[in-house]
Design a protein around this ligand. Structure first.
Ligand code: ATP
Length: 242
């Protein structure tokens, strides 16, 4: 199929626990994202969004199904991990005592980016993200919005083709949330495929090209955001996202 597909995930399944306590968090999820496309993964708490993102990012092994990032399987080919950057909710992937630039250099090192290159890219990313004047401030002194922007910058240091963002605007004030949304659009325009989870319909509306709605571990609808807005505007129906 088309070579502009960055992510192709097919029939992913994942259960947690054993015996009677066994719980199927993801029943059957398939997603495709093209280069430069933003897909919003929308659903209530506990629907299986984070588990899906972790399977795609190579962090949780699926019980069944396949993931392909630029044709590489993150569970079998470590090269695939160089293609993906992730910002997981509640785990901002940052060292609080280090400065933004030190964080970028450190995480770049983990992805085999030479220090000099990481520093150069770090300077550029901090500039693009409006964090240049904070590059020597310890992360713990930054606002939540700045930390979130930095977490995204860190996830981009190895120039992934797929960016995974778990609830990127959760807990941010309106201004910070708008800044993060603008950045996400810019990153997609730069050619990155983006999968973001949210339980807020307005975030999906503002940011995404396409929306996949997940409930109880299954995708129940998938369509262009434009179509979704057209369908629901003025109607009494609302997507109950918890
Ligand atoms: P949220 O927005 O709350 O993060 P989500 O849609 O991302 O929700 P998941 O975090 O994927 O959903 O969780 C799906 C279900 O799997 C939930 O019921 C959760 O309690 C359960 N779950 C997730 N991780 C584990 C785990 N490590 N062990 C056991 N159960 C888990």
């Amino acid at each position: 199929f088309a070579s502009d597909i960055t992510l192709d995930a097919q029939h992913l399944q994942k259960s947690y626990g054993r015996g009677k306590g066994r719980f199927q968090a993801v029943r059957d999820v398939s997603l495709r994202i093209r280069t430069g496309e933003v897909l919003a993964f929308l659903g209530p708490n506990g629907a299986g969004k984070t588990t899906t993102i972790k399977m795609i990012g190579g962090l949780v092994r699926p019980d069944a199904g396949q993931v392909s990032i630029d044709g590489l399987d993150p569970h079998r080919q470590s090269m695939a991990l160089k293609r993906v950057g992730a910002v997981l909710e509640g785990n901002r992937n940052l060292y609080w005592r280090l400065t933004p630039l030190e964080n970028i250099e450190y995480f770049g090192g983990l992805r085999q980016v030479p220090r000099r290159v990481a520093r150069q890219r770090g300077e550029q990313l901090l500039e693009q993200f409006g964090l240049s004047d904070k590059r020597k401030t310890p992360v713990q002194k930054l606002s939540r919005g700045m930390q979130q922007k930095l977490a995204i910058a860190v996830a981009l240091v190895h120039q992934p083709t797929l960016l995974l963002l778990d609830e990127p605007t959760l807990g941010l004030d309106v201004e910070a949330s708008e800044t993060v949304k603008t950045l996400v659009r810019e990153i997609a325009t730069g050619g990155c495929a983006i999968l973001l989870t949210t339980h807020q319909l307005d975030v999906a509306e503002d940011l995404s090209d396409r929306v996949a709605i997940i409930r109880q571990g299954e995708i129940i609808a998938e369509q262009s955001t434009h179509e979704l807005i057209r369908q629901f505007s003025g109607s009494a129906y609302r997507i109950d996202c918890g």
